[in-house]
Design a protein around this ligand. Sequence first.
Ligand code: MN
Length: 200
Amino acid sequence: MYTLPELPYGYDALDPYIDEETMKLHHDKHHAAYVKNLNDAIEKHPELAEKTAEELLLDLNSIPEDIRMTVRNNGGGHVNHSMFWQIMSPKSDSEPKGELADAISTSFGSFADFQKKFEETGLKRFGSGWVWLVKDKEGKLDIVSTANQDNPISDGLFPIMGNDVWEHAYYLKYKNMRADYLKAWWSVVNWSEAENRFEK
Ligand code: MN
């Protein structure tokens, strides 16, 4: 059984950047639904229950066809949101430090250039999806966007951090102004968790 992880802070902890009602709905309804749907799908193929949700996404072609799309969408939703709660924090540092900071400067020119490209990529995602900072198998950084709940690990890329640009992540507070949400979101990024993931 896959389980809904608890939020590592209160629903109102990221206010005013992310409001309490959005956090409640996002965690208790949206993420909970991904977990339930994933469990329902795996019940039809109990031999898969030993795998972690990440393992399911690593090789989607090996998932039986009758549940493959459900696992892709809901396993992705579960993995993506489990990371999302961790890479945000009410005690955000404004910038990463150490090796991750160096790698961002090397790859994108500067932290400001990285932020600009990340925001642009998130803004350009048509419909629902995510914008990610990823590293490839050689450790090289890139910014990519995925549709729906697709996770970069299905493409051989490791997500260091990412922002949810589904309307459910921002619409109550930011309405149609996704660009404003993307800009405000920097105020809640947990860079020390992103550094941990980079060094993994
Ligand atoms: Mn979401």
